[in-house]
Ligand binder design. Structure first.
Ligand SMILES: [Zn+2]
Length: 258
């Protein structure tokens, strides 16, 4: 399968405060990146008021942006490594699995977007909420992308950690509503089959992203970095493919049910 990479950068024009989003769109063989890229007015002037520059609200601007079925939110990045075990960092596992998931979705005709395609912090892209903490800027940047990019569902990829080293297995967290719960059940079921576990998805009440995103959204905790067996699975590229395949199959089942 030949893949063409269409890297779309929403660049900052002079001192404008567009959130700098790097969105990677990979189209399978038939894609026409040149045409698609031309649809985005990347260097069109955008009107901002002085108030908008200092506001904690994102700027009010409208522009053509890509649409997709699935926005893959790649947990952490850059200075924020997420959970870790010695040299193993959650952010790297998230990215590796997310990229594989992305390719699988695209290959099966489900348009997907990654909100991070390399190791950087999304908080650095957030120029519209300078007062917030880095963590808050990171989270608000992730949720803002779900408003800017027309997507049907959001799948956030993470790795779990627990002081109890026997805790293991996948866990999918969902919003307190039916669509998100259905998506979570589909993905949890597929991951349970792959990992031979029986966990049920849960409502992720304290999670900012699940609370603010309007679309059905889930946080997929792939396994526990603190568990030896899970860690082996999470860091093995072949097993990462299997994890991505399971999430892909869960997403596909959800889409087929809707
Ligand atoms: Zn995480």
């Amino acid at each position: 399968m030949s893949m063409s990479f269409d890297l779309i950068r929403c660049a900052i024009k002079r001192r404008l405060i567009l959130p700098l989003c790097t969105v990677l769109i990979i189209s399978s063989g038939s894609g026409q990146p040149a045409q698609r890229a031309a649809a985005y007015p990347l260097d069109a002037p955008v009107k901002h008021t002085a108030a908008a520059r200092t506001s904690s609200q994102p700027p009010d601007y409208h522009r053509a942006l890509p649409s997709a079925e699935v926005l893959i939110d790649v947990g952490h990045g850059g200075i924020d490594g997420g959970a870790h075990h010695e040299e193993v960092l959650e952010k790297d596992i998230n990215l590796a699995v997310a990229k594989k998931l992305y390719l699988l979705l695209q290959a099966s005709g489900i348009r997907a977007i990654l909100n991070r395609d390399a190791d950087y912090a999304l908080s650095d892209d957030n120029r519209w909420n300078p007062a917030g903490s880095r963590h808050r800027r990171d989270l608000s940047q992730r949720s803002q992308l779900t408003k800017e990019i027309e997507t049907r569902i959001l799948v956030s990829i993470h790795v779990n950690w627990a002081p109890d080293k026997t805790e293991h297995g996948p866990l999918v967290l969902h919003q307190n509503e039916g669509e998100s719960a259905l998506l979570a059940f589909c993905i949890q079921d597929a991951l349970n089959r792959k990992q031979n576990t029986r966990a049920l998805p849960r409502v992720g009440r304290p999670f900012y992203l699940l609370n603010v995103v309007k679309q059905p959204a889930v946080i997929v905790e792939l396994g526990f970095l603190s568990h030896e067996g899970d860690r082996e699975m999470l860091t093995d590229p072949r097993k990462q493919v299997q994890l991505a395949e399971a999430i892909h199959s869960g997403v596909r089942n959800y889409i087929l049910l809707r």
